[in-house]
Design a protein around this ligand. Structure first.
Ligand code: ADP
Ligand code: MG
Length: 691
């Protein structure tokens, strides 16, 4: 039987090849695709609102009589139509208009229009409202319906999409949409069939509960939301299956490398570190590729855990790759690991994008021959020219943006190209539980939920930049007492060039004002060697004060630094600030973090900085960040398409996450269902979080 998936949109009236091409940009090829092109909100045009009751930002229908119509010359020529009803008046402003519009909208005309209220010179205005002259009577309240608003692409207007969707709906009687969810399940949650749900969201019946629809809580919408979340969950489980369809080299814990390593450490592992290690040890000894995410707050000691995992692989005669997101961090790991592992007779190689020429050739040769047992670097590690001899474990540090595609691609890098390497992913960005369940369904998770003993809390203060002088004094004082400090410059611009410039200016200013301190500068535009040199001198205590851009955000570890100033913290996310703050509080002495904001601070901004001041619990902060900014920002994947839902909204729909996670594994065995749901909701080109 034909299904809507097989009916091309060109079958619809008015869809030629040009329009079909545009629709394709929205991922719409079949009539079914069109039906799953869902409205993301509704406009309530069901009733006329008195002009006098409008507020800025309202989107509303008003109706009245034209008092006068003027051509205003100003900076931009516009047509200004003043509309009046019994309660007040409103200006309709058109920047593009023709003579006939001007005639239609002349004095005395009766006009109904729909627009968004903006502040104007003499009162409220609508810019380019949709309007009708001499409108028909409004339908009675019980027959009025909401107007759906669709995602658009260039060259397709809202009314066009609306009418196409209406046409598509007319196919539903003959070709209902296949329902892949078990009927018992729908009954349990009192949800409508897929066909009914789709029909309703495109064309809400008169009398359907407006507030539920406006908020996305109508059962029809919730049915779709649940299916969408389920499809995402299934796609992640499928990735996991695809990776684990390969075998991995079982890495049995043998030899005394781990014991010798632990003996030389100046501290004992925390209980949490031991606990996580036992998860990892267990995973690594299986012939199934490990897929494990280790979450641990800043300073919880993830690096030692990474080293122990590496030692298990090395002890079993295999190679390990450790990848970090930035040169600085990779370099720091390289130094750390050399200090720890070389005394045990282990050979390391360093591969980053900036290692070139002969040095690179030599490093690659050592990796290919297996002479290097541990390879450390940036993502340059996984370029095509890097060949491993016996890679069995990949450790990815601080890279929660490491997407599903990368995880899939790693399959190919293992021993003989057929054994998949084990994967260990570390992140210090605590991910709220619900988000982790949804975004990392393909990974097992362990949490290092304990900090090493003796850590002092970091005292955080929120200070206006009008008191910058005082803060500079404070830096002087701390450094005189033998401490070190960070001064972090931030810019709202993503442009790295501007960020670096700002840091240069600040560095010059502070060097000038603090002549008895040794001041260093590090930013993303320095050469790797220069950066490394600056970091090294700061680490050695040759520099007192380090001016930096947010490049030092993750991982940098200098225990003697006890003061961090963060400029314009209101521009950064809470999780990022928490990361930055975590650069201090790593040693014995009391530490301070100064959030130096630029007033005025919005009330939301104030609340956020206060949350940071009052808490040092990364998970709590991450929950707050999620509430305030949404999952895309928290995961750092806003631009990447990961966790971009058509309908689902993380906050509103978090109640579904647990049930969806419970039902997904049971469905995995039904491969047709899985394929169909993934295709329906994620399309052909599955949009995972690639970076
Ligand atoms: P993160 O989890 O942020 O990557 P690191 O691995 O950089 O943290 O560890 C932070 C600091 O804590 C390092 O100086 C590290 O040597 C130290 N450390 C790690 N584990 C312990 C422990 N069990 N006891 C004391 N200090 C530890
Ligand atoms: Mg770290």
């Amino acid at each position: 039987m034909t299904s809507l998936e097989d009916i091309c949109v060109t079958q619809l009236k008015g869809v030629g090849s040009a329009l079909a091409g545009k629709l394709e940009k929205l991922g719409i090829r079949s009539v079914q695709d069109l039906l799953f092109h869902l409205p993301y909100r509704y406009e309530d045009r069901t009733r006329v609102v008195p002009i006098g009751s409008l507020r800025i930002g309202d989107v509303a229908v008003v109706e009245g009589e034209v008092m006068k119509t003027d051509l205003v010359m100003g900076r931009r020529r516009s047509l200004q139509v003043t509309l009046r009803d019994d309660s007040g008046f409103l200006v309709l402003r058109f920047f593009h208009f023709n003579a006939s519009q001007k005639n239609q909208l002349s004095e005395g005309a009766r006009v109904r229009c729909f627009g968004e209220v903006r502040p104007g010179r003499a009162g409220f205005e609508f810019y380019h409202p949709e309007y009708q002259v001499n409108p028909p009577p409004m339908p009675p309240a019980n027959q009025a319906t909401l107007t759906p608003v669709y995602p658009l692409t260039e060259g397709i207007q809202q009314p066009r999409v609306r009418s196409l969707c209406q046409q598509a709906l007319s196919y539903l009687n003959r070709f209902p949409i296949k329902d892949w969810l078990p009927p018992e399940l729908l009954a349990d949650y009192q949800l409508p069939s897929i066909t009914e749900a789709v029909r309703l969201v495109h064309s809400p019946q008169a009398g359907a509960p407006v507030h539920l629809l406006m908020e996305g809580r109508h059962p029809a919408q919730q049915r779709l939301v649940m299916e969408e979340l389920l499809a995402h969950q299934l796609s992640l489980l499928q990735v996991r299956e695809q990776i684990q369809a390969r075998e991995a080299l079982p890495l049995l814990p043998t030899g005394d490398l781990a014991d010798r390593f632990l003996d030389q450490l100046p501290f004992q592992l925390t209980g949490a570190q031991r606990h996580v290690m036992s998860d990892i040890r267990q995973d690594l000894s299986q012939p199934l590729p490990m897929l494990r995410l280790v979450q641990g707050d800043v300073g919880s000691g993830k690096t030692v855990v990474a080293a122990l995992a590496a030692l298990q692989a090395i002890g079993a005669g295999a190679q390990v790759a450790l990848m970090a997101p930035t040169e600085i961090l990779a370099e720091q790991h390289y130094q750390n690991f050399r200090g720890w592992l070389e005394p045990l007779g282990i050979r390391l190689a360093w591969v980053s994008g900036k290692v070139k020429g002969k040095a690179r050739k030599e490093a690659l040769a050592e990796v290919a021959s297996g002479e290097a047992q541990v390879v450390i670097g940036t993502h340059a590690l996984f370029q095509d020219d890097v060949e491993f001899q016996r890679l069995a474990l990949v450790i990815v540090d601080e890279q929660h943006r490491f997407g599903v595609h990368q995880r899939l691609a790693l399959r190919e890098k293992g021993v003989g190209g057929s054994l998949a390497p084990h994967q260990l992913i570390m992140t210090a960005t605590p991910i709220p539980r619900t988000l982790a369940m949804s975004a990392y369904a393909d990974l097992d998770t362990s949490v290092i939920d304990e900090l090493p003993p003796g850590r002092k809390p970091i005292e955080t203060v929120v200070v206006s930049d009008s008191r910058r002088d005082k803060i500079v004094d404070r830096v002087r004082q701390a450094c005189r007492e033998g401490r070190q400090a960070y001064w972090v410059c931030t810019l709202i611009e993503e442009s790295e060039a501007l960020q670096c410039q700002a840091a240069e200016v600040t560095a010059a200013e502070l060097a000038d004002r603090l002549p008895d301190l040794k001041v260093g500068l590090v930013h993303g535009r320095l050469k790797a060697a220069e950066k490394a040199e600056v970091m090294e001198s700061f680490k050695n205590g040759e520099l007192d004060l380090l001016i930096a851009t947010t490049v030092i955000e993750v991982g940098v570890d200098v225990p003697n630094a006890s003061l961090i100033i963060i400029e314009n913290p209101e521009r950064l996310g809470l999780a990022q600030l928490h990361q930055l703050r975590g650069r201090v509080g790593r040693g014995e002495q009391a530490s301070y973090c100064v959030l130096l904001y630029h007033p005025p601070l919005s009330s939301n901004g104030k609340a956020r900085l206060q949350a940071l001041r009052d808490s040092q619990d990364g998970f709590f902060i991450a929950e707050k960040d999620l509430e305030i900014r949404g999952p895309g920002e928290v995961l750092g994947t806003r631009q990447t398409g990961m966790m971009q839902f058509r309908l689902a909204d993380f906050e509103r729909d978090k109640g579904w996450i647990e049930p969806v996670r419970e039902m997904a594994p049971g469905l995995m065995a039904q491969s047709r269902t899985v394929e169909a749901l993934i295709r329906r909701w994620l399309g052909e080109n599955i949009r995972y979080g690639d970076v």
